[in-house]
Design a protein. Structure first.
Ligand code: LLP
Length: 419
């Protein structure tokens, strides 16, 4: 268990608040986030990269309170959709510190980015053309390049491989910049890549920054003034006791190469990073109540949180630690498979977990759910999404109210002939 958790009277505490009480007060399932933990992680990143521009990857968790905390910590935002841009601006993230990413931006999204006056990272030649047709003044852009780098992570979240859908192949990068400078309303000032997510072996960043700087050298030769080099996010966290690499480890790897290459080329661009998971993942637990314990082919523990609100185990076979929040001092005795209430066999939150004896009514805590947890939730199976609570040094506040049944149908329409 990490430092921001405590145990008192056999109960799990987060941010100084008893999870059993939280579950009673707000109901379950319930996402609970420790504000202090997010700030600590954000500051670690800042300290490691004091002169870099840090853009929080909003997709990890774009609750506006979380975005607001990031803004207060001096972060900008990497947004991947119009909705994320909307939320980031609302949360007070400065427009100068927002980069609009995305491999398939719609004209509507591009228009919004132009109106909001944020930087855009272009992902294809077609996007360049659409943008040039739309822009009525000169706009500053970067291009997302696919550096063809392999990282050890789940294949669904390795984004920098040649075969992935993201970015412009590195070999074609120079020619797209050349096309861009011929357009009188497009000014390329940056270069961007993102090699993947949940990266614990950080060595591929070395090759990544080298390849990016090779390109920067070529771009400088053809007269392009590169003002920022964005190497994306990806720093992983420890979900099951793996050794976590710190932002300072990443900095020791990237910065010397970046600085040396900049000096060789004779330019002074800003380094940009886009961490998401590292900042928010371990700040949050998902509390879920046991509805039934069933001895069948396996010992099943059926809880009230399903993959609609937490999809990582089902989607990436991700491991998330699970504990009985009201029995923290009891010894693990039996092996259980924790399943949700969704009508699919794959709705498994944890396989074959050793836990103290589980009983109906127990409260489970699923750890490290702050990144790509709530942000990937849905109402599948007609399940209202749960509340999100922010705890801080013993206090607890709602940062998103739990949905009601009416939220399930609020945007539905019954045509008159069906009435
Ligand atoms: N920048 C770009 C352009 C990205 O596509 C991503 C994540 C990030 C930054 C942030 O990466 P992070 O630091 O969070 O690793 N839903 C998956 C993760 C998808 C990540 C997609 N891109 C999961 O739950 O593991």
């Amino acid at each position: 268990m990490k430092e921001h958790f405590k145990i008192e009277d056999g109960h799990l505490l987060i941010g100084g608040v008893d999870t059993v009480k939280l579950a009673e007060k707000y109901g379950t399932p319930l996402y609970v986030t420790d504000e202090k933990r997010i700030r600590e992680r954000a500051r670690k990143f800042k300290r490691a990269f004091p002169s870099a521009e840090l853009l929080y990857a909003a997709k990890a968790n774009w609750n506006i309170s979380i975005l607001r905390i990031m803004a207060e910590e001096g972060f900008g935002a990497d947004v991947f959709s119009d909705g994320e841009l909307y939320a980031a601006l609302l949360a007070g993230i400065q427009k100068e510190k927002i980069l609009f990413n995305g491999n398939s931006k719609s004209p509507r999204e591009l228009k919004m980015a132009l109106e909001a006056d944020v930087k855009i990272s272009i992902d294809s030649e077609d996007e360049l053309i659409t943008l040039a047709e739309m822009a009525d003044k000169e706009i500053e852009v970067s291009f997302r390049v696919n550096p063809n780098i392999s990282v050890k992570t789940h294949p669904k979240i390795a984004t920098g491989l040649r075969e992935s859908k993201f970015g412009i192949p590195a070999e074609e990068a120079t020619s797209i910049y050349e096309k861009a400078i011929r357009l009188d309303n497009i000014r390329p000032i940056g270069i961007h890549c993102h090699i993947g997510s949940q990266i614990l072996d950080i060595s591929p960043y070395r090759e990544t920054i080298e390849r990016m700087m090779d390109l920067v050298a070529k771009l400088t030769e053809i007269g392009i003034d590169i003002k920022f080099v964005d190497v994306g996010g990806g720093l992983g966290i420890s979900y099951s006791g793996e050794k976590e690499r710190r932002p300072s480890d990443l900095a020791s790897l990237i910065l010397p190469i970046f600085e040396r290459r900049c000096e060789e080329i004779g330019i002074k661009p800003i380094l940009v990073l886009e961490p998401g998971r590292y900042l928010v993942a371990d700040s949050t637990i998902l509390l879920t109540r046991v509805n039934a314990v069933k001895k069948a082919y396996k010992n099943f523990v059926a809880v009230d949180a399903g993959f609609n609100i937490f999809i990582r185990p089902a989607m990436y076979e991700a491991y998330h630690e699970i504990a009985i929040a009201n029995k923290m001092n009891e010894e693990a005795e039996e092996t259980y498979t924790v399943v949700g209430p969704i009508c699919e066999t794959g709705d498994i939150l944890g396989r074959d977990r050793k836990l103290p004896k589980v009983k109906r009514g127990d409260l489970l805590a699923i750890f490290d759910t702050g990144a790509y947890g709530f942000s990937m939730s849905s109402q599948y199976n007609g399940r209202p999404r749960p509340a999100e609570i922010l705890v801080n040094d013993g206090s607890d506040e709602v940062i998103r109210y739990g949905e009601e049944y009416s939220d399930l149908i609020v945007k539905m329409n019954l045509p008159a002939r069906l009435m």
